[in-house]
Ligand binder design. Structure first.
Ligand code: NAD
Length: 270
């Protein structure tokens, strides 16, 4: 019961493939009470049964671009719960037509929208949640290695993740004096609604599994375990950190020898 009695706002559940759902479920198993809003009406039929299965509250529409919906969510949480202990930010969006081809071709409109939904939402949610974190707290967001290095097709989402990583450090600095920690989990690739919009994602999953030191892809259990640690007091001196849960991929500088051999053979045959 690592999170017994903790009140946790979980954003970003779209369906049972969502990393946010894996984290919500695991946190509830560890004794947490969960608030679980969803982004748009079309998602309610998927999210409500999941929320009911763990007794989650505040199952209401909350699009991060809609200030009235954000106000309503936080007013209701304040009235009923009084405070929040932890928050998960698991929100990203970009026009899938621009998650393929060249970053250089990103439109101004999609650049702004991607940044607003995928980055500013962390700032806005953190400001609102931190006001209710009267006993200190822990905020966790989900990022990806494409914010540190260029990854084909990830394009503007990679630039958004760089800004998200940087926001984690600035928010951690702002809120540390209030006992509030802010960290990111840099998750390895996994098939979800959001990632299926990235061009060539299936091939990327396949190659990634062969290239990590652990020779596999990250799982929902891997990412939810790391979130439990960051939410709990086990990580009490950890803040401003980008914690990689990627089977070691980001620690390597060259593909393993067996992969190199396959690639070289392919090149010779070409
Ligand atoms: P997902 O599609 O299940 O979750 C993305 C969520 O963002 C959805 O619940 C969606 O409703 C929400 N969202 C989009 N626009 C919104 C808006 N305007 N207001 C409120 N919510 C909105 O996919 P996921 O892969 O679990 O994504 C969660 C996070 O993890 C994202 O930030 C994603 O970039 C990040 N991430 C994903 C991977 C991966 O390979 N899947 C890897 C690393 C990081």
């Amino acid at each position: 019961m690592l999170l017994k009695g903790k009140k946790i706002l979980i954003t970003g559940v779209a369906n049972d493939w969502s990393m946010a759902w894996a984290i919500a479920k695991r946190a509830a198993e560890q004794g947490a009470e969960i608030a679980m809003p969803y982004a748009m009406p079309a998602l309610e039929k998927r999210v409500r049964p999941l929320a009911e299965s763990i007794g989650a509250k505040f199952v209401q529409e909350c699009n991060v671009q809609n200030d009235e919906q954000m106000d309503d969510l936080f007013n209701k949480i304040e009235a009923e719960w009084g405070h929040i202990d932890c928050m998960l930010h698991a929100i990203a969006f970009s026009d899938k037509n621009e998650l393929t081809g060249r970053y250089a071709d990103t439109s101004r409109e999609n650049f702004k929208n991607t940044m607003d939904i995928s980055v500013y939402s962390l700032v806005d949610l953190t400001r609102r949640a931190s006001k209710l974190m009267t006993n200190g707290g822990s905020i966790v967001t989900l990022t990806y290695y494409g914010g540190e290095k260029s990854v084909p097709n990830y394009n503007v989402m990679g630039v958004a993740k760089s800004a998200l990583d940087s926001s984690v450090r600035y928010l951690a600095s702002d809120l540390g004096a209030n006992g509030i920690r802010v960290n990111a989990i840099s998750a390895g690739p996994i098939m979800t609604l959001a990632s299926s919009g990235v061009g060539g994602f299936k091939a990327m999953l396949r190659l990634n599994a062969e290239q990590t030191p652990l020779r596999r892809n990250m799982t929902l259990d891997d990412v939810s375990g790391a979130a439990l640690y960051l939410f709990s007091d086990l990580s009490s001196a950890v803040t401003g950190e980008i914690h990689h849960v990627d089977c070691g991929y980001s620690t390597t500088g060259m593909m393993p020898n067996d992969m190199k051999d396959i690639l070289l053979k392919g090149l010779e045959e070409k």
